[in-house]
Design a protein around this ligand. Structure first.
Ligand SMILES: Nc1ncnc2c1ncn2[C@@H]1O[C@H](COP(=O)(O)OP(=O)(O)OP(=O)(O)O)[C@@H](O)[C@H]1O
Ligand SMILES: [Mg+2]
Length: 492
């Protein structure tokens, strides 16, 4: 099927997106509605008898009735004549993003992120199960991260339609594609209900958190055998930071007997959200510094995190300027003491190092020596002019300004850097005017360490707050800070 192929006189195939166990997926254009769609062309071998094709149509029609933000909508179903026999195809919503299988190539996901994704999939499954539709093929390649707060589950209805055909073709029991997510009852060919999807969710969560599925083996049969009789290695052994409550959810989902699993998707979702909230985030913090989810274009979370923090901003530019000036102050002869040059260089370097993490912290450190140099030189004027009582008033005013700037800096991570620069100028000038000949440099060093320490505490408290926010968001099913981070919005 080439670029010029038009299916059903309507769906033009533009580009091949990928190939799976059941056929190929293309990006296409619905010429009638002029919208982009994804077209899954099934292998003729899967549907060579009319019964299979009829079952496929039936399942596709049932799945087309699903209407949920986390389900990739099915638009149409049809058949294309082919020398090897009619090829059924499915037209569905085109999802721009990356599959969880692709995201996993960069390693396991941060804990909160994995749980958020699993909760979204469970929402979709809850919706489909209520309508009597079991997915039967939940696995990372059938789930797409479509954006900051959007997960889409693909291929509803397909596995059921072709289970029998795949069995016949592959002769490998009920397995279609990889057996890593098959429940014991699917392998046994026993009655399958929605709890098979919950078992697959246990496998999925296991893999999202550890980077590998619960069972691995040299052959599909070895893996299937383990699904039937082996216990998976506890996730905490592979990644100790995983909260015990999350591990308990996975263990329950992976019970061999469906009766012992969660009763439904809603129950499993609630247990997951509770587990995350119970962990009160410290464990999650250790496991996963707040970071964006892997984006649909396949960038790694780490690279993306750096990309986000290094995005140009006014505060970042201010911080860089501060570090540069600090460096220049160290080299100049503005403050003639032995230590100042070293402290200014250290502040410049520290400012650059901390910039990717927090521009505010970088401003706090980088601008200190600059303000100090300015203040020292402003004092010269007073030294020339002599002492005047009006200086007390000026110093008090400058001190008040410094306090206001400090409060402003503490309140806003976004604009705090600018406030800190203003703080430094007003505070050092105030101290210099007021203290006259006392140990002014000592006071400055003290102030520098206090302000840097305070900025460090603000960052840590802000981080803890954002993580708590992510936990609450999971519990309430709304987008959290990490979602906003992925979206490129800056944390407050
Ligand atoms: N609706 C869609 N929108 C955008 N891309 C899609 C869509 N459906 C599938 N794809 C892309 O096509 C690739 C192949 O999908 P396909 O379902 O054929 O393979 P699979 O999930 O690996 O195997 P299986 O056939 O067992 O489902 C996916 O990995 C995904 O990148
Ligand atoms: Mg698929």
């Amino acid at each position: 099927m080439g670029r010029d192929t038009v299916l059903g006189g309507r769906y033009e195939l533009i580009e091949r997106l990928g190939q799976g166990g059941m056929g190929t997926v293309h990006r296409g254009v619905d010429q009638r509605l002029r919208r982009t769609v994804a077209v899954k062309l099934l292998s003729p071998a899967l549907a060579h008898d009319p019964q299979s094709r009829a079952r496929f149509r039936r399942e596709a029609h049932a799945a087309a009735a699903l209407n949920h933000p986390a389900v990739a909508t099915i638009h149409d179903v049809g058949e294309e004549p082919d020398p090897d026999g009619p090829r059924p195809y499915l037209v569905m919503e085109y999802v721009q993003g990356t599959t969880l299988a692709e995201a996993l190539r960069d390693g396991p996901l941060p804990v909160a992120e994995a749980i958020n994704a699993a909760c979204a999939v469970l929402d979709a499954l809850g919706h489909s199960h209520e309508r009597g539709i079991v997915h039967r093929d939940i696995k990372p390649s059938n789930i797409m991260l479509a954006g900051p707060d959007s997960v889409k589950v693909l291929d509803f209805g397909i596995a059921k339609a072709f289970t029998e055909a795949a069995t016949r073709i592959t002769g490998s029991g009920a397995a279609i594609g990889t057996p890593a997510y098959l429940s014991p009852e699917q392998i046994n060919g026993a009655e399958v209900d929605h709890r098979a999807d919950l078992y697959a969710m246990g496998c999925l969560l296991y893999e999202l958190l550890t980077g590998r599925p619960p069972f691995r083996g040299a052959s599909p049969f070895a893996v299937m055998h383990q699904h039937l009789s082996a216990e998976p290695e506890p996730v905490s052994q592979l990644r100790p930071q995983i909260p015990p409550a999350v591990e308990a959810v996975i263990q329950r989902a992976l019970r061999k007997d469906p009766e012992e699993r969660f009763a439904d998707a809603g129950q499993m979702r609630a247990a997951l959200a509770d587990a995350l909230a119970q962990a009160a985030m410290p464990t999650v913090q250790a496991a996963a510094p707040v970071s964006p989810a892997p984006l649909r274009d396949g960038r790694t979370p780490l690279r993306e995190r750096f990309r986000t923090s290094l995005r140009p901003s006014a505060q970042g530019a201010l911080a860089v300027l501060g570090c540069l000036l600090s460096w220049l102050c160290a080299r100049g002869e503005l403050v003639e003491t032995d230590h100042f040059g070293h402290v200014a260089v250290a502040a410049a370097v520290l400012g650059v190092v901390t910039l990717p993490w927090s521009a505010r912290l970088s401003c706090a450190v980088g601008w200190g020596p600059v303000a100090e140099a300015v203040a020292v030189n402003s004092e010269l004027r007073r030294a020339n002019d002599g002492w005047d009582h009006s200086y007390v008033g000026i110093a008090a005013l400058l001190g008040l300004t410094a306090v206001c700037c400090l409060v402003g800096a503490a309140r806003s991570r976004e604009r705090g850097g600018g406030s800190l620069v203003a703080f430094w100028f007003s505070a050092t000038a105030s101290v210099w005017y007021f203290l006259d000949d006392l140990h002014k440099l000592f006071v400055f060093y003290l102030l520098l360490s206090l302000v840097a320490g305070a900025a460090l505490v603000w960052e840590a408290v802000g981080l803890a707050r954002r993580r708590a926010d992510a936990g609450r968001a999971v519990a309430e099913g709304r987008p959290s800070t990490w979602h906003r981070l992925v979206a490129g919005a800056r944390p407050r």
